[in-house]
Design a binder for this molecule. Sequence first.
Ligand SMILES: [Zn+2]
Length: 445
Amino acid sequence: MKNKIIGITLCMLMILTTIPTVNCRELPTSSPLPSNSIQAVSSAPWKEQETQQIDQKVQEIIDKINETLIRNFMEHLVGEIGNRYTGTEGCENAATYISQQFQTMGLQSTYQNWSAKGNSLLSGYFHGRNVIGTQPGTNPDETIIFNAHYDTTKKTVGAVDDGSGTVGVLTAAAVLSQYTFKRTLEFVTFSGEEQGTLGSHAYARDLYDHHLPVLVEFNADMIGKATSTETGKTMRLQLTEDAGWIAGIMENITTEYDLNFTITRWQTIDREAKDGWSDYCQFTQLGYESVVVWPAEWDPNMHTIRDDLSNVNISYLVNMTRHIAATMAILADMDIGYPQLSIAHPRFGKIFVDDQEKMTYRYKTPILIGETTIQANVIPGSSPLEKVEFYSDNILLQTDTEGPYEYLLNSTSIGIHTIKVIASDTMGRNTTAEMKTLYLNRLKN
Ligand SMILES: [Zn+2]
C-alpha cells in the first residue's frame, strides 16, 4: 500500500506541476466591460415561479437608502481617509472606521488578518485585515454575503474603485440591520484586492473550510460610475450558472418598486477562468454562487488621481445599492424554489488518499488518490427532488432517486476529470455543482 502510494505520489507531483494556477486579479488597465460583449442569457423559469408582491419591509428598505446616508459614508471613507493602499496607515484607518460603523449598527464586527504574496505583477508580501459585519438570522440555514474591497491602488483615493462598493456595503448594512431576517447576512469588506484578491482569498478559503452554507455572494465593484442618463439607469450582472433566479428577483424589484433600471445579464462566470475582475472569483472557484454587480460603463479614471469624489454619481450609487439590499432582504426571508446543491466530499484545495482527507494545499483542484466517494449535499427547494445525477467529464455515471446521494469513483485514471452533480426537482428545476479534480487510481484486480 505504502509503496503504491509513494509511486502514485511521485507521479502526482509530476502532473501537479502542470496544473494551471487559477489566480484572480483585477485587470489593471483593460476594461472589464466592453460594451460589444453584452449578451442576453436565456431566461430561466424563475419568472413564473418567483414573482414577488410589494412588501412593506422591502419598500421601507428601499426608501431608507438615500443620498444623505451614502454621502456621509463616502465623505468619511474617501474624503477624510483618502488613499487606502494595502499595508498603509490609510488602509488601516479605513478598516477601523468600517468596523466602528458595523458596531454602531449593532452588527457583530470582526477582523480577519491575512498575509499573502502579491500577484505576478507585484513582488513581496502583503498584509491586511478584512472587516466583517455579521447580522445573525433567526433561522440561519444559509448565509447571504455582500462584499466589496475597501483598498485602493497607489496615488488615488479610489472613490469609484471601490469606495463606491464599500459605501454600498455600509449603507445596505446600516439599513438592513434595522430589521430581522431568517437567514444570516454577512457584510464583508476586503483589502488586498488590488494585489490579486488577497483578502478575499483568505476569507473564502476560511469560509469554505468551516463548511458554512452560503446561498449567494454579491460582489459590488465600481458601482458608483455613470456619466449619462442611459448608463445611470443600467446595471450589468455577471452570474454563476445557477444564480439566474436571483437576477430574476432583482429584475422584478426594479419594476415593482419603480426603480426602473435596465438590468443586463452580461456574462456567465467561468469558474475555471485564469483571471477574474474582482473578489467574486475567490468564491466561484470554490463552488459558491455569485451575483457580481457592475456599472454599465467603463471608468477611464480607474486607478488614477481622477477617481475622486467628483467621479461618483451619488444617485446612481443610491439606486444600485437599493437593488442589492432589497434583493438581499427578499432572499433572507423567502422559501427557496430551486434545490440547493454542493459537493460535500471531496473538497476543493485538499488532497485525499483512499477517501481520507490528508492535507490542505495551495491549489483549489483537489487531488484524489485511490477510490473516492463523491457525496452531494442536497437541500430540496419548494418541490420534491426527482433525481440526483453524477457525471464525470459529462458522462453519466449514476442516477439516485433517494439519499444518500453519493457515487464511488473507482475507475482507473491518471488525469484531470471534472465531476458534475445535477439535482432536479419534480418541477424540472435543476441545480448543478462541478469540481475539477486530479484523479489518480491504480488498476483494479
Ligand atoms: Zn475594484
